[in-house]
Design a protein around this ligand. Structure first.
Ligand code: HSE
Length: 437
């Protein structure tokens, strides 16, 4: 508060008035007094940048709307800019222009940050303004600030996140209700979780961008979306889920970022479906919820859980940043963000994991030994193996399912290649990485 105990008015310009922008306008209105009392700043929305000003936007007064977004980011009646339009351009140009003019920026734009986060943070620092982006990763869940502030002194070794609600919803429906992938996806689209073109979600791209942002912050490294290996969930079948459940696992799409210490420090960052033990906290994250599991040498295991998408949850995270940026502006300060150092990304071929796979084989004597010898030849150790079907008369076929101990991806792929060459192996089904604990 200032000397006469009045909250300082901070004018806010919002770029975008979709689900998040609209919810943010409402939320600022609802929370204005509480924020003024708690933080000493009164947020006042002065402009909302939109593509078409003629569209009805319930809860957003028409006189706030403008299509001149370039003017909004340099306007005298805008002190802080919020960007919730998404995508690379024109978002990047507008954010740069706002910061260059001395205006702090709050954004929820994961795509932009996962590609140009380091450059934008450097530009913010040069301009002496905040660039805050809590909402870019896992919606309402506070994870950017905990990684950046609360865990600054911690030696974070691994982060595993369920950071895409659409895919978690689909996998939950398949696991709990026996839905096929196609039916679960259609239901996700009907409920508005999945886009008409669901590729960004089901292909792991959305989670990949979030993994890059989390890795950059947690490890002080420059990790971009292109560094993230990703596989999606569209090949996961009901049979895979049943097998996983039988073995005591749930299948989850995980975004994993880890430090691999060796001669050279490397960062492994990837998104793929994985079998998660039912006893692991991430296995109980259901429906469209998100969670981020953080492991640190001193702190041990932490889990952050909540809504990863949706208008109000995402707007809530944006608002937290907005209050921070406004209070910093009022105090004449800003928090500088260290730009991550260049780092070595460990190629996926060198990543180690336990693996699950199933294969259809001839049901005849010696076949298991042949399969086992392929694994042995590539230095892969089998942890468990079981067989379904087949009566041993040499005429039918059987399905074997096995789980390996930790193995290098390169060796696993080589073993799969050799398995396919065996006459006795008629097909290889899914191959899934297994989280051990
Ligand atoms: N489409 C994302 C999800 C939310 O399903 O979680 C925005 O990142």
């Amino acid at each position: 508060m200032n000397a006469d105990n009045q909250a300082r008015v901070i004018n806010v310009g919002i770029l975008g008035c979709g689900v998040v922008g609209g919810a943010l306008v409402e939320l600022i209105h609802e929370r204005r007094e509480a924020i003024a009392a708690a933080a000493g700043v009164e947020l006042r929305v002065t402009q909302v940048g939109v593509r078409s000003a003629s569209k009805e936007r319930p809860g957003v007064p028409n006189d706030l709307l403008t299509t001149d977004t370039k003017a909004l980011v340099t306007a005298d009646d805008v002190d802080v800019v919020v960007e919730v339009i998404g995508g690379i351009e024109p978002a990047q140009e507008l954010i740069r222009s706002a910061m260059a003019g001395g205006k702090p920026v709050v954004t929820a734009n994961k795509e932009l940050l996962a590609n140009y986060g380091a450059e934008l943070s450097a530009a913010a620092d040069e301009a002496g303004v905040d660039l805050l982006f809590e909402a870019a990763v896992a919606g309402a869940i506070p994870i950017v600030r905990p990684l950046r502030e609360s865990l600054l002194g911690e030696d974070v070794t691994r982060i595993m996140g369920i950071v895409n609600g659409t895919t978690n919803y689909i996998l939950t429906k398949m696991s709990e209700e026996g839905a096929t992938y196609e039916a679960a996806l259609a239901e996700a689209q009907r409920l508005g979780y999945a886009e008409a073109d669901p590729t960004a979600d089901v292909g792991g791209f959305d989670a990949g961008a979030k993994a890059a942002i989390m890795a950059s912050i947690a490890f002080g490294a420059r990790v971009v979306a292109g560094d993230v290996y990703h596989e999606g969930i569209s090949e996961i079948t009901k049979a895979d889920i049943d097998y996983a459940n039988e073995l005591g696992y749930e299948i989850k799409l995980l975004a994993i970022a880890e430090v691999i210490e060796g001669e050279q420090r490397e960062i492994g960052v990837r998104v793929h479906p994985a079998m998660v033990p039912c006893t692991h906290p991430l296995a109980s994250v259901r429906d469209s919820f998100n969670a981020v599991f953080v492991e640190g040498r001193s702190a041990g295991e932490l889990m952050f859980y909540g809504r990863g998408a949706g208008g109000r949850p995402t707007a809530s995270a944006v608002l937290g940043d907005l209050v921070d940026a406004a209070a910093n502006l009022a105090a004449g300060t800003h928090r500088s963000v260290p730009v991550g150092a260049p780092c070595r990304i460990r190629p996926i071929d060198d990543i180690e994991s336990a693996y699950y796979l199933n294969a259809d084989v001839d049901d005849s004597p010696g076949v298991l030994a042949q399969v086992a010898s392929v694994f042995g030849a590539h230095g892969l150790s089998i942890r468990s193996m079981n067989q379904e079907g087949g009566d041993g008369d040499g005429a039918g076929s059987a399905r074997i399912a096995l789980v390996t101990h930790q193995a290098r991806e390169r060796d696993l792929q080589a073993a799969l290649h050799d398995l396919r060459e065996l006459d006795s192996v008629t097909g290889i089904g899914s191959v899934l990485r297994v989280i051990e604990s």
